[in-house]
Design a protein around this ligand. Sequence first.
Ligand code: CTP
Ligand code: MG
Length: 182
Amino acid sequence: MVSLVSVVVVAVWAMLPAYVPNNAAVLAGGGSPIDGGRTWRGARVLGDGKTWRGTVAGVAVGVTLAVVQNFAAAPLTEVGMVTLPTFPVLAMVTLPVGAMLGDIAASFLKRRLGESRGSAVPGLDQLDFVVFALGLTALVVPGWFVDVFWYERLLFVVVVTPLLHLSTNYLAYKLDLKSVPW
Ligand code: CTP
Ligand code: MG
């Protein structure tokens, strides 16, 4: 039987380098927008909410976290009851880069739909980064992806991430770090 605790713990552990970049981008964001203010078909390409600083900081924090987790995996596995996976170098990159790309792709889509910066598109806002982070990882490091995520943990990630994302964004809004609660 698959223990629920181990599914949850390993899923969250393996997704941390994809979860944290978005929050880091919120904290670090500002400065030049990636699209340089350019418009396409009457709307911004991405908008002022996607900046170079936020994106670079997000990726840097995600990669750094994965490095730290690789050092921590063995000692934590020792004291806990759950075997924590380490990240191969490629996954250390695909998880944060995929997360940032998904968020950027969602902004591109939102601008095409005529949605202004900060508007909420339920579903898209909560899953964009998960789909891209996991998709890119599955493409680039399929063996590791299957080992770590297939398939109870994948199910858990897809179902629980939106809730996690909504609650951290609400917290960021309450702390005045974000102007809207989503
Ligand atoms: N941010 C950033 N660069 C990124 C992602 C986020 O600088 N690549 C910062 C921006 O300050 C942004 C904030 O984090 O306003 C919140 O991110 P998000 O909710 O993804 O952006 P929105 O402002 O809601 O813009 P959009 O409607 O395009 O999603
Ligand atoms: Mg948003």
